[in-house]
Ligand binder design. Structure first.
Ligand SMILES: C[S@@+](CC[C@H](N)C(=O)[O-])C[C@H]1O[C@@H](n2cnc3c(N)ncnc32)[C@H](O)[C@@H]1O
Length: 249
């Protein structure tokens, strides 16, 4: 999941990539953003992609920095949201060793720290801190490892979507998957993707100088995981983790 991957995905982004804003029917993320919003504050949307959060952010903040590693994503977002004159589009690699950025008062980062590379994730979490002024607030959403395992267990136990018909991985692929799962990296559509434990997320943010305020589930429908979810399958539903935090040092 390097820059090339995201540039290639960009033109087909709408069909390929899960839409958190549309699927968070509880509105928990928007409510968290509204809590930290002010027309006197700046906000950075880290990993903004094609700019889905811009209509949420632009009317509520003084200035929005829409940042992404993909130039094509940024071009699409800029084209789409011309009506907002307080948005600045910036190509930025949050995993770079030498990130220079003007810190903002607030930040959102929605499902952007997905890389299977530990080195890139370490830099990304450090950059989260660099992007914020002291006292700045962060809304971070990441895939949940607990949810992914829960989904796998249900799929296997009740053979959802004929899960037992899937050929188990062999050889190098099997070795890669075993190595990855130990690090919380598991495939989404055959792409190794980092998933996080709640405790891990709290630790990672604390080590970067954040005080974690709350970690909450963003629940989704079962149709986001299965083609044919069993009719009896209700809650708990699959989820991402949303964390709100304050930069304290
Ligand atoms: C799954 S998309 C999420 C998009 C958006 N936040 C949303 O919720 O609709 C992940 C985005 O993170 C961006 N990204 C991945 N690694 C990045 C990095 N190192 N620096 C900046 N952006 C990155 C990708 O280009 C992609 O647009």
């Amino acid at each position: 999941m390097d820059r090339k991957y995201w540039e290639t995905i960009a033109p087909k982004y709408e069909t390929e990539i899960f839409d958190v804003l549309r699927n968070d029917t509880s509105g928990i993320i928007v409510a968290a953003i509204e809590q930290m919003a002010s027309r006197k504050k700046t906000v950075i949307d880290i990993g903004c992609a094609v700019g889905k959060w811009i209509p949420v952010l632009a009317p509520k903040f003084k200035q929005v920095i829409a940042a992404d590693i993909s130039a094509i994503n940024l071009r699409i977002a800029k084209e789409k949201y011309q009506q907002y004159d307080n948005v600045e589009y910036t190509r930025m690699d949050m995993s770079a060793d030498d990130l220079t950025v003007t810190p903002c008062d607030t930040a959102i980062c929605i499902n952007a720290i997905l890389t299977d590379s530990l080195e890139k994730r370490i830099n990304f979490f450090q950059s989260l801190s660099i992007c914020l002024n002291k006292g700045g607030k962060l809304v971070l959403v990441v895939p949940s490892l607990e949810s992914k395992l829960y989904t796998n267990i249900i799929a296997n136990r009740w053979n959802v979507d004929d899960e037992k018909g899937d050929k188990p991985p062999e050889g190098k692929k099997a070795i890669r998957q075993i190595r990855n799962i130990k690090q919380g990296v598991t495939d989404i559509d055959d792409v190794p993707t980092k998933h996080y434990l709640k405790e891990e997320l709290e630790l990672l943010l604390t080590l970067e100088g954040f005080k974690v305020d709350r970690v909450e589930k963003i629940n989704y429908g079962w149709n986001t995981e299965f083609h044919k979810p069993p009719k009896w399958l209700k809650g708990p539903h699959p989820w991402d983790w949303m964390c709100t935090a304050k930069k304290t040092s």
